[in-house]
Design a protein. Sequence first.
Length: 141
Amino acid sequence: MDAGAKSNFIATRDLPWRDSPHAGVRWKKIRFDGRGSVVLLHFEPGASYGAHRHPEGEEYWVIEGSIHDGGRVHGPGTWIEHPPGSIHRPRSEEGCLLLVRLPAPIEPIDSPGADEPSLGTLLDQSIRYRPGLLDGPEGPS
């Protein structure tokens, strides 16, 4: 253990929510290292996030509510890993709160409007299941 290393404590409740270009989706930046990030992502009931690709993958944990992703509904306590190159368009019927780790910015496939910035430049998420990791389009059902 490095004796000079310091722990970092972040009171996420004190961080501001930021609007995304997708109606009903907002986020809080927990950490950004110049390329990858960790964020809280909140979906209001009925909200969806535009289709996007994860060039270096994505991981997220469902803290509250549920999210539709990869043809399935995932509830609280679910950990989801998307491999590099995966594509998805998540949505939430009841609303949800996610903790998302993105090793690199996402690549938007569709955007909410020509003059609106894509959240892809701000954060990251995606989906295509790997067999054996979770049930889904590429795994057992």
